[in-house]
Design a protein around this ligand. Structure first.
Ligand code: ZN
Length: 263
């Protein structure tokens, strides 16, 4: 008796590895099972009916069947292929980076509808919004991706004394995901010492506008999370804070993975 496992799902192709002229190994991000590795035998062939649905950045519905090791594609239908990304080198590079981040943060066999919806909305903006500010989009995605992965920074009050009066001179304490008000930051930011693990703490000075933008990007409804602007001179500081925060989270995730692997 055959006991082939089968499941129907929607999935975004976040990674593709060409294994031969016509074959690919795909990583899909699905709402029910997080990351799923799929053998795309023949899907890179021009004759394949799965070619469009199995390209990087394509969002499609699939019927997947499992053989020994991998799922393979029994049926597929393209829902959205984010056409606008594919003909602009800057947008293509950013979409590739976004999918790499998602591949890093997503887990196998763990449902992650929020991360999928975030990625789809971001790719949609990248594909369709011709006037999108790409550095703001990248930064907002970085902080929101860290947040939906369970690492939301506390941006409401000083993480030490609790004051909500966050004037100029407030710092983002990246390693603890919290803010330090101008008073408390004096104690922490000056005379920096390395922790026991030999890691230098990361404190980033944050302006009121970039704090406002971070709060918005983290908490706005996903469909509107990119609908904000920030004064030009503060954009760079905002982008820097978000990038550093995600980088720190990625290191934390990677340590967590190493620990799991050792156990
Ligand atoms: Zn304080």
């Amino acid at each position: 008796m055959s006991c082939t496992e089968q499941f129907e799902t929607r999935g975004l192709v976040i990674r593709e590895v060409r294994t031969s002229e016509a074959d690919k190994l795909l990583t899909l991000l699905t709402p029910e099972r997080g990351k799923v590795t799929v053998s795309g035998k023949g899907v890179a062939s021009l004759k394949s009916r799965h070619m469009a649905s199995c390209q990087l950045f394509s969002y499609s519905s699939f019927i997947l069947k499992k053989t020994k090791k991998y799922f393979y594609i029994a049926e597929s239908e393209t829902i959205e292929c984010f056409f606008g990304i594919r003909y602009d080198i800057e947008r293509l590079a950013l979409a590739t980076y976004i999918c790499e981040v998602v591949d890093y943060l997503a887990l196998e066999e763990v449902a992650d509808d929020d991360l999928l919806r975030l990625t789809l909305n971001t790719l949609y903006a990248l594909s369709e919004k011709k006037d999108a500010d790409l550095s703001l989009l990248k930064a907002a995605f970085e902080i929101r991706a860290a947040s939906v992965s369970g690492f939301t920074p506390d941006l409401n009050a000083c993480g030490v004394c609790g004051t909500v009066s966050l004037r100029h001179g407030t710092y983002l304490d990246v390693m603890n995901g919290r803010l330090l008000c101008p008073d408390c930051s004096k104690e922490y930011v000056s005379g920096l010492k390395e922790t026991d693990e030999g890691i230098s703490p990361i404190f980033i000075k944050i302006t009121p506008s970039s704090l406002e933008a971070m709060r918005y990007a983290v908490s706005a409804p996903i469909k509107r999370y990119l609908s904000f602007s920030i004064p030009g001179e503060e954009k760079e500081a905002f982008a820097y804070s978000c990038e550093k925060y995600l980088l720190h989270i990625s290191n934390t995730v990677s340590n967590r993975l190493n620990i799991t692997e050792t156990l």
